[in-house]
Design a protein around this ligand. Sequence first.
Ligand code: NAD
Length: 250
Amino acid sequence: MNRVENKVAIVTGAVSGIGKATAKLLASHGAKVVVADLDEHQATNVIKEITDAGGIAEFQKLDISDEANWINIIAFAKATFGKLDILVNVAGVSLLKPIVETTSEEFDFVVKVNLKGAFLGMKHAVGLMQKNGSGSIINISSSLGIVGAPNQSVYTATKGAIRLLTKTAAIEFAPFNIRVNSVHPGLTETNMTKDLIVNEEVKKMVLGPTLLGRPAKPEEIANGILFLASDEASYMTGSELVIDGGYTAQ
Ligand SMILES: NC(=O)c1ccc[n+]([C@@H]2O[C@H](COP(=O)([O-])OP(=O)(O)OC[C@H]3O[C@@H](n4cnc5c(N)ncnc54)[C@H](O)[C@@H]3O)[C@@H](O)[C@H]2O)c1
């Protein structure tokens, strides 16, 4: 079933975790995917996994916090695949520290990657999507973009900001038939959380309120992203897709 056939997608953070699962799923449903990440080491493996399964993908190194990098990758998508239909802003970093121990440099770094990165992506993708007459942008926020959590002040602040940035972008881009939605994963088994998931205290704190009582697999988040990327979600914009096992339900 090719739910995004002939569409061209850029996925950031695409060599690991949620981004990798998303790139693979979009490619398996017929999209041509620009696999974008700061980390080049896993790129060959990801491209091989996609192409071995019959998909089409190209790797581009991208630092999402660098505007010139975004200009280059949009030009690459245009030159390589001729257009852009889907942008999935997945790449992000976390920081686990109490407010009083968080340095000014750490604050700036997390904001620059998590918030400015998605902002720059949208800013530069929209022109090429406009030429198409349509587009779908998906910004990965978090359940921690909806509720707070101890020791995650900067992270939750950026994820909350992504939620409203998404709604404002949806308003600005609607006249061009470009939809913008946010996805809010709960605790998901990835490199970002591998140390957290084995910590009994954290496990109790996060999985306690998670109604389904377990972390998500990256593929379970990618399923929601595929839906928003596809024309099945043609009447969805400015919305929040919460995929958190019920963490924020009570
Ligand atoms: N894992 C979770 O529990 C969880 C929950 C909610 C939201 N999220 C969000 O999902 C997204 C993906 O997280 P993940 O868990 O898959 O993490 P991950 O660490 O497995 O993957 C993140 C990827 O982003 C890349 N990256 C980091 N900084 C970058 C930059 N400046 N430019 C380009 N690429 C960069 C990394 O190289 C890595 O490949 C993040 O935005 C995260 O905040 C994760």
